[in-house]
Each structure stands twice: as structure tokens, then as C-alpha cells.
Write a protein that binds this ligand. Structure first.
Ligand SMILES: NC(=O)c1ccc[n+]([C@@H]2O[C@H](COP(=O)([O-])OP(=O)(O)OC[C@H]3O[C@@H](n4cnc5c(N)ncnc54)[C@H](O)[C@@H]3O)[C@@H](O)[C@H]2O)c1
Length: 304
């Protein structure tokens, strides 16, 4: 397999590249290094890294030469940035996405797997979420991801492009930017605990999230590329925890008793989030999921 990982120098991308190289694949990365880093990637004879931007159709087309499978992860990933500059965000997340999808179609690739997001569901009334739950994004970012899902569905129908959109929940692990809206809270809490600082919790800490370990996500990305599953698929563990439970587990792993300061709830914060990963379990045949405590230990052991 010749695999193009677009956004491969980022958090999820670099772990995915490692998993694909371990499988013996030839991997090419296309990245503009806006948030990704060259140092996230290993030096490996089967890895070729190209610096380029998905807003440049020619760069996307060039990167596709000789490619059989595409994992598209590049995006403007910040929800607040999408609210501050919706037009700029759409250039990466709609126009850039379409450049990559269309280049893949024209190159006749066998499989196109891309990052969608739990953000497409907004603040749902009914939990847990499955793939038939209503799509009701609350930000330009969430809307852009749902438009990606619609484009992929249309390309499947019009041009027979085999695709799967992965609706990641809160991915955490080594190399995550502490500013990440998904699970950056884990990186922030981990470094605050290591320094002995007080942890700032917005609200009562009862908000729930489904945290999934990045190395599990990398395995799932690999399986999604090999599979023929189509449409969209929730990527989650199916077990949500409260923020206070998360802090407790992290404190046990770090062997400390952190001080917590509660601050007013963040505006627009979604109270509860939980997912049913039934389609993922049935169609992607995942390996056993890493327990939260084990993933947190690996995160704590990784130098920042
Ligand atoms: N981390 C999560 O929990 C989470 C949850 C839901 C969805 N996602 C989605 O997963 C994907 C990967 O997210 P991540 O957390 O690894 O973020 P990240 O910022 O670490 O990775 C994104 C990568 O894309 C590159 N990139 C950005 N804009 C580009 C452009 N115009 N051209 C070329 N490269 C570009 C960046 O340099 C970076 O390497 C994104 O599409 C994100 O929206 C992530």
C-alpha cells in the first residue's frame, strides 16, 4: 500500500504514520507544518515528507501521484478560531478538504478515510450518540466537518470514491497541544500536576467526555483504511467520565493530591457527551482499547 497521510505531522497524524510504517506500508506525508512538527515524525526509509498546503490544488494533486490510500487529517482544528474567522477556517476545512478529495478522485485512489468530528452533533438532547443522531453543529468548525461528510457521501454516489469519515470524540495522548479543545485539558492538568500547580476546573467538574487514547485511534485509522466500511463512524470508547473522575485517575497515576480551584463554567461548554461505538466495533474490528489509567500513565511518562 502507498498511503498519503495529509496532516501527518500533527498529533493524530504522527501516531497514525508510526502505525502504518509498522505495518510495512510506504507512507507519504503532506503537511504545511502550521501546528504539526517535523520532530513528531520518525526518520524511516519508507517515509517521505512533503511540505505543502491543502489550499493549493496543485500541491494536493502532486502528492497523490502513485498513492493507493489516503488518510486526510489536515484541518484548522480550533473551534474558537473558526468562530473568530469563519471564512479563513472554511478555506482549510471546506475548500482544502475538497481539493484533497477531488485530487484523490482524479488519481483513482482505492480508499479515502478522513477526520470528521463529534463536533457535528453540537449539544445533543439524547445520549449516547450514534451515527443516526441529528447533526446540529454549534460552530463553523462543526459545520465544516458535517459538510465534509456530505461531500464524501456525494463523491461516493457520483464517482464511486470509497470513503469513511471518522467522528473522533476526545482523543488524548503524547504530543497533544495543551491548547487543543478536545483533550488539551488532560495535557494541561498533567503538566500542572507535575509542577505542583493548582488545577483550574470550569464549573463543578461534572461535565462528561469520552476520552480515547491516540495510539488506539492510530490503529483504528489503519483498520479504516483497510476496511470497506462506508459513511461515517463514531470513534470513541463508549465510556464517558466526569472531569473530576479524570483528575482522580490522573492524580493516582502521578501519585499526588492536586489542589483544585473551581471557576465559573465556560460559556458554550457542552455538559455531557457520550457515544455508542457499535459501528466501530462491528466494522473496524478494533484491538482492545487502552484503559484510561494506562493511557494517562503513558502520557505522564512522555517528556513534554
Ligand atoms: N484531537 C481530537 O480529539 C480531534 C477530535 C475530533 C476531530 N479531530 C480532527 O482530527 C484531525 C487531526 O487533528 P489533530 O488533533 O491531530 O490536530 P493537529 O493540529 O495536531 O494536526 C493537524 C495537522 O494538519 C496540518 N495542517 C493544518 N492545516 C493545513 C493545511 N492547510 N495544509 C496542510 N496541512 C495542514 C497541521 O500542520 C497539523 O500537522 C483534524 O482534522 C481534527 O479536526 C481531532
Amino acid at each position: 500500500m502507498n498511503i498519503l497521510v495529509v496532516g501527518g505531522a500533527g498529533f493524530i497524524g504522527s501516531h497514525s504514520v508510526e502505525a502504518l510504517l509498522a505495518e510495512g506500508a510506504q507512507v507519504r506525508v503532506l503537511d504545511n507544518f502550521s501546528t504539526g512538527k517535523q520532530s513528531n515524525l520518525p526518520a524511516h526509509p519508507n517515509l517521505n515528507v512533503i511540505s505543502g498546503d491543502i489550499r493549493d490544488a496543485e500541491a494536493a494533486a502532486q502528492a497523490m501521484v502513485g498513492i493507493t490510500h489516503v488518510l486526510h487529517l489536515a484541518a484548522q482544528v480550533s473551534v474558537p478560531a473558526s468562530v473568530a474567522d469563519p471564512v479563513g477556517s472554511s478555506q482549510h476545512n471546506i475548500y482544502g478538504f475538497l481539493n484533497v478529495l477531488d485530487a484523490a478522485r482524479r488519481a483513482g485512489v482505492k480508499r479515502f478515510v478522513y477526520a470528521s468530528s463529534a463536533a457535528v452533533y453540537g449539544a445533543p438532547e439524547n445520549l449516547p450518540l450514534d451515527e443516526t443522531s441529528p447533526v446540529a453543529p454549534l460552530s463553523p468548525y462543526g459545520l465544516e466537518k458535517s459538510i465534509n461528510d456530505q461531500y464524501a457521501a456525494l463523491y461516493r454516489q457520483l464517482y464511486r470514491v470509497s470513503s469513511l469519515g471518522l467522528r473522533y470524540f476526545n482523543v488524548y495522548g503524547p504530543r497533544q497541544d495543551p491548547a487543543s479543545p478536545y483533550a488539551g485539558v488532560i495535557s494541561r492538568f498533567a503538566s500542572a500536576m507535575t509542577r505542583g500547580d493548582t488545577l483550574r476546573v470550569f464549573g463543578d467538574g461534572g461535565q462528561t467526555r469520552d476520552f480515547i487514547f491516540v495510539k488506539d485511534v492510530a490503529q483504528l485509522n489503519k483498520r479504516a483504511l483497510m476496511s470497506e466500511a462506508d459513511g461515517v463512524c463514531n470513534i470513541a470508547t463508549g465510556h464517558s467520565v466526569t472531569l473530576l473522575e479524570l483528575i482522580d485517575t490522573l492524580a493516582q497515576c502521578a501519585g499526588c493530591t492536586p489542589q483544585i480551584r473551581h471557576e465559573p463554567p465556560a460559556s458554550g461548554d457542552i455538559r455531557h457527551s457520550s457515544a455508542t461505538p457499535r459501528k466501530m466495533m462491528e466494522q473496524l474490528d478494533p484491538p482492545p482499547m487502552t484503559a484510561l489509567a494506562d493511557g494517562l500513565k503513558q502520557l505522564l511518562e512522555t517528556p513534554v
